[in-house]
Write a protein that binds this ligand. Sequence first.
Ligand SMILES: [Zn+2]
Length: 240
Amino acid sequence: MTCAQMREQLSAWVDGELPHDLTAAVDSHLASCVSCRTHARSMRALKHVIAQLPSREAPPGAVRARVEGLRFRSGRTRVARAVAWLASAVAAAALVWAAVQMRDRVPPSSHELAEELVADHLRSVPEVMPAEVTSQNPDDVRRFFAERVPFRPVAPVLPGARLLGGRLCRINGTRSQLLFYETHGQTLSLFISPAPLDTEGCEAARGNHICGRMVGRLALMLVGNLPSETLQQLLADAAL
Ligand SMILES: [Zn+2]
């Protein structure tokens, strides 16, 4: 069993859902592979944390982890304003989420901790993103979002990038799409929201770039640790 084959089975293995022979193959691979052992530990910890979250619908930590850290030193460009808008939307979503937690009389501190842990995992183990739909097939991804977002969902094909899946997020209180892609060994996040965004351009911050583009009524915001030209080109070539 190769590491790649191993990673495909890992989630089911952690959940104890693998048939006997595959379980044995995974066990024997783990016994001899430090990298996959680390991966398995991370995934187990992540699943544990996610299991503590009362709702999988909108844990803002996942979104916030990607938006925080995007702070702009220079003047407020259109993109900077767009990102500020996105950040405030995420902050608002976090407040709503926190309020729901308190209404449910769950101690906020444990959820803050859970959020931090999820965010940490997202930062350190990008392969283990808690996607709610995992598929390379745009049709599957669109179908997942079809009854979950108040607009016709899209799953853009980005040339040279592999669709990994996605999850629901809230931007400005509106259910929106968050899609994950992989390219050049990096995981990219694509936020898709029906909110207006009169910008086409990129900004850099802390090793990440964020690029925005309107496609019809939809705002596409691509975030990743790649040169802005690369992200912008991916957005420009995005085929809905
Ligand atoms: Zn391995």
